[in-house]
Ligand binder design. Sequence first.
Ligand SMILES: [Fe+2]
Length: 224
Amino acid sequence: MLSIRTVELRGKRIEITDAKRAAILEEMPEIAWIQDEVLRTGVTDAWVAAIHSSSLKRIGDMKPSGNYDPKPMKSASQADHMRSVTRLAVKIAEEMTSLFPAMKVNRDLLIAGCLCHDIGKVWEFDPENVRRWRAEPRKTGKPSLRHPGYGIHICLTMGLPEEVAHMAAAHSGEGELLIRSLENTILHWADYTFWMVVDAGGQLDDEDAWLEGELAARSGRPAP
Ligand SMILES: [Fe+2]
């Protein structure tokens, strides 16, 4: 049993309890792969805070896509995406370090960064935010912040290491403006591999009920 932690995020006071931690672990069991207890708890707590500061109930409530507008996956969730990217990244690291023993990959940071890389989607993919941005894109931007930007906010607010914040911040296009760490380079290619193979393998849906749901909600009809 861990102690209850109270944090403030997005103007909300969030109590991080063992029950909320257990719900996150159930969605992303690979968190248990992190050997360092402080880092493992930090990743879990960051996700509890991220979800409970949004209008979402769970990670799987987010549209399962790379950015908000593209077509969603047919059958997997956003949690499945992060779990799969984590497993891919660990396999890449194992392969490359077996070939190059002098190459040192920090496995704990790799797993933590992979599991947190899209944590900022709780902002970019929050239906309440999407609705606002679509209604008035020139007011605060559309989106106002991409998930890497909001990911930095969560990681640093929740006290996660700089290396993990860097992976959330720069796994995507933003990383073209800096030099990615070794762990982030592995994450970047695992993430891109995931989405490109999903697309090539015909696993993106032809219909986007999530996007239509937003439009339906704006016109006053119930979202599916
Ligand atoms: Fe991703």
